[in-house]
Write a protein that binds this ligand. Structure first.
Ligand SMILES: NC(=O)c1ccc[n+]([C@@H]2O[C@H](COP(=O)([O-])OP(=O)(O)OC[C@H]3O[C@@H](n4cnc5c(N)ncnc54)[C@H](O)[C@@H]3O)[C@@H](O)[C@H]2O)c1
Length: 286
């Protein structure tokens, strides 16, 4: 089944580009946010991305204009989701905000519409219970920046139906994205779990004095063909994000494998968070 009408709720870093990616593939999208300025920022940022494609000759101006016109922005959830076949929620990563959004969406969206969440950490079972259609709720986890990153992780909750998984797969395909299906809810899904395990090993090697962080990065970049080694990648994502994810896992599981590296903790305590502060493992020009 294809979704002719997509609603994206939340026009932040993720929602804005999820909407744009779908529109680039011909899907009509309503992009909703409670914050009007955020909608303007989303539109102007998307316009900038497409402008660069036009300048590089990768897209015609007519296609860029038509794609931009396919994203309708609104503050009203009724207007965005009232006639949607498929909704992707990308609001703040806060359980109460997300549950309230799902309750509202359940009231507003047509009964057979799929409600998908882009949450990075909340399995859909935490949100589906706020609706009367848990079988039509699913995780669709996109990666930042959505206009560049090809993957979507579709995660089946305990009540998600096969039809909903198929519709999520269809939506991802329609948006020009490659999807994988997780048959069980699990913290970190697939990608962040594997990334976490690999980078945690890199920190162990550093803390044990086996090699410098620069050499570990070079080894991973040249030997595994990762575009960025774990320390450069940490600087890019923000070392506070890396640290807090480990701390969360360590506290919730008590498993020593997740204990954050003392050297990572020292960086965070010193406010050296990576690119965004000008220094993390490496030094960056402001
Ligand atoms: N940033 C990432 O790298 C990334 C990657 C994958 C998934 N995610 C997930 O995507 C979701 C959004 O993340 P983000 O980075 O885009 O956040 P963000 O803070 O950039 O954007 C969130 C947006 O939601 C809006 N919002 C808040 N409450 C709302 C409501 N009730 N109704 C409508 N809009 C509302 C805010 O105004 C804001 O524009 C989170 O669940 C996050 O876990 C983020």
């Amino acid at each position: 089944m294809t979704a002719a009408r997509l609603a994206v709720v939340g026009a932040g870093s993720m929602g804005a580009q999820i909407a744009m990616q779908a529109a680039l593939h011909g899907v009509d999208v309503a992009l909703q946010d409670v914050n009007a300025e955020q909608l303007e920022r989303a539109t102007s940022s998307n316009r900038g991305h497409l402008e660069r494609r036009v300048e590089k000759g990768r897209m015609s101006r007519a296609d860029a204009d038509a794609s931009l016109a396919r994203v309708r922005t609104t503050n009203s959830l009724e207007e965005a989701a009232g006639d949607a076949d498929f909704v992707i929620e990308a609001v703040f990563e806060n359980l109460d905000v997300k549950r309230a959004t799902f309750t509202e969406l359940d009231r507003i969206a047509p009964k057979d519409a799929v409600l998908a969440s882009n949450s990075s950490t909340m399995g859909i079972s935490k949100l589906a219970g706020a609706t009367s259609r848990p079988d039509r709720c699913v995780n669709m986890h996109f990666f930042f920046p959505v206009l560049v990153m090809d993957l979507v992780e579709i995660v089946r909750g305990p009540e998600t139906s096969d039809e909903t998984v198929d519709r999520a797969l269809g939506m991802a395909r329609e948006m020009g994205r490659t999807a994988v299906v997780l048959n069980k809810e699990i913290d970190g899904f697939i990608v962040n779990r594997i990334l976490h395990a690999a980078s945690q090993e890199a920190y162990r090697l550093l803390d044990a004095g086996v090699a410098s962080y620069e050499d570990i990065d070079v080894a991973v970049e040249k030997g595994l063909n990762w575009p960025l080694g774990p320390f450069r990648l940490g600087d890019f994502s923000g070392l506070d994000v890396t640290y807090n994810a480990r701390l969360h896992m360590y506290r919730t599981t008590g498993d020593e494998r997740y204990r954050p590296s003392p050297q990572l903790e020292a960086k965070v305590k010193a406010g050296k968070l990576g690119r965004k502060t000008g220094e993390g493992w490496y030094i960056y020009e402001k």
